[in-house]
Design a protein around this ligand. Sequence first.
Ligand code: ATP
Ligand code: MG
Length: 453
Amino acid sequence: MRLSRYFLPVLKEDPKEAQIVSHRLMLRAGMIKQQAAGIYSWLPLGFKVLRRIEQIVHEEQQRAGHIPMLMPTLQPADLWRESGRYDDYGEEMLRLKDRHKRDLLYGPTNEEMITDIFRSHVNSYKDLPLTLYHIQWKFRDEIRPRFGVMRGREFLMKDGYNFDLTKEDALHAYNRHLVSYLRSYERMGLQAIPMRADGGPIGGDYTHEFLVLAETGESEVFYDKEITDLTFGDRAIDYDSVEQCQAVLEEFTGRYARTDETHDQAIFDEVPEERRRTARGIEVGQIFYFGTKYSDAMGATVVGPDGQRVPVHMGSHGIGVSRLLGAIIEANHDEKGIIWPEGVAPFHVGIVNLKQGDNSTDSACEAIYAELQTRGLDPLYDDRDERAGAKFATADLIGLPWRITVGPRGLAANKVELTSRRTGESEELSPKEAIARLEAIYAPVLGSVVRDK
Ligand code: ATP
Ligand code: MG
């Protein structure tokens, strides 16, 4: 993309309504525009990052064998009457009527609808296991929408639902989700720690929330510092292997890590004092096994191996796709602006032309721009007729992880400058070397192709 043709409405001043840094930077970088409390338009730059995050979620879900689909945002109230949640959900649910006075609601989540789809089409245990998911807008009429996209009213969520014959199988699905979530967050450059969470009215031990540590987080968390040393990395995993997935769960949940809802001081005190940490965290996902709650209420049964009908065991698993933008920025910024991890960067590299209108710098920039694109990279070429300082400030604010600076003096020696946004370090390289370097940096990010199993 050429910046002169893009739509990037950056703000010079700090917006007054933003209380936390991610909200401020998203507004300043021209990523979002508020349309009503907790409801945002996603401007091109914000939309681009949102799509990158979605793409990672899709790839990792499909790698785990989970199947994408799409359910509508509007749902009939009758489905929720079957589960009993139409009355229970309270004021967070946005209720509406159509012209025939039928009750509808804007979905805050999809357990009822997916259970309805399942019971309509699946009849035999032979069709299990099955995990379906979608990435769709949700609406929750939060009492206090705040912090920009972190606590919106309309927000984008990945929600997946597993259907299994037995509790044991459903717990394997739970573990599979845990693994796929660890991979997803790491690809986004985040450490999200699975913490034991509260099962709410359904109870049960089988729920974990994933938290990104950040001062602005809304949850208070207690953990053993050792857990922050764990990374999943690029290890190979067979998602069909019960043992392998179970081993990852044990590794990543074996140390004390809980939110305030489940915190138990007596158990925490058993962790050596120098490893005990209390901090704040942002919830970016949750996994949940809830047994037959919905299948009992809504009659989602299958014929089992012995010919008897049995209710299926289910779980639901969510990732806060739009909230993740805020969480990533909270964890990756400095006083100049955002610092996108390579995995989610809206553009992989900025090209700054120090002397726009000069034949040799213009044509060098054009050549670099074209070559990067040929190699599958996504550059943003700042071809505006602006001072160098303004171009640098824009690239820093919007968080491009790398910058190639092209000026007449360097070019005379066949050199450009490659600068890391994170470290601020620059290197003089030939254009060819700079392109090769970027290609190597982004190879792991671009190389992820997932095929149907
Ligand atoms: P919270 O406790 O933050 O209200 P929740 O536990 O009610 O969230 P879930 O039902 O677990 O939310 O939804 C799955 C994910 O969706 C959450 O982990 C979170 O990342 C995201 N999410 C939930 N509510 C919002 C919201 N109002 N705005 C943005 N993202 C949200
Ligand atoms: Mg939750």
